[in-house]
Design a protein around this ligand. Structure first.
Ligand SMILES: [Zn+2]
Length: 191
């Protein structure tokens, strides 16, 4: 996966204005996740669909202590590249978020933590572990998301979709079990 800073940055979109508009929502939702014990190191990520692309948390950011310069605009993503604008690279899982938004136009926000699901919630799981940061993982989630807004990635964590970041965050808090953190190997976001 190759990331390029703003290679296809759309001139017509004021990216900084979008970041300014949504930064507080990211920061507040991240804090809520942290307060509920679900922010595990720099694991997990949040995103919102915006005109011309998506806003997503940066690689290496801690959800419970987000800063506005850790909100990255992704203008386009495909199997080989993620085109972004921001001072840091986007989350290594941006490609998964992008794939869900592309295939499911009604989805407006996505939240994810590297934490297991609560036993009693019957959260559907992907059948096998799919390497994260791959487009395959995005496509692996979609059949489950067509049925429900909360899913579990086997041996990895919970992902939720919603009409707003707060809705996705609240679903995450309802479903993820803070006693089941997954520590995943770090994936270098740049090639
Ligand atoms: Zn993850």
């Amino acid at each position: 996966m190759k990331y390029e800073d703003g290679a296809t940055r759309p001139d017509s979109i004021n990216i900084q204005a979008l970041i300014d508009k949504y930064a507080q929502e990211f920061i507040d939702c991240g804090k809520l996740i942290g307060k509920n014990g679900l922010a595990v190191g720099s694991g997990g990520n949040l995103s919102i669909k915006v005109p011309g692309g998506i806003l997503v948390t940066s690689t290496g950011s801690a959800l419970d202590n987000l800063h506005s310069n850790e909100i990255i605009f992704v203008a386009e993503a495909n199997r080989e590249k993620v085109y972004f604008w921001g001072s840091k690279g986007p989350s290594s899982e941006s490609i998964n978020h992008w794939t869900i938004y592309k295939e499911m136009p009604d989805v407006k926000a996505i939240a994810h933590v590297n934490v297991g699901s609560k036993e009693d919630k019957n959260i559907p799981s992907t059948p096998k572990e799919i390497p994260y940061g791959t487009i395959e993982l995005g496509y692996g989630m979609i059949p489950l998301f067509k049925k429900t807004s909360t899913i579990f990635l086997k041996d990895h964590g919970v992902v939720t979709i919603g009409q707003s970041l707060l809705e996705a965050t609240n679903l995450l808090i309802e479903s993820a079990d803070k006693n089941k953190p997954f520590i995943l190997p770090f994936v270098k976001p740049f090639i």
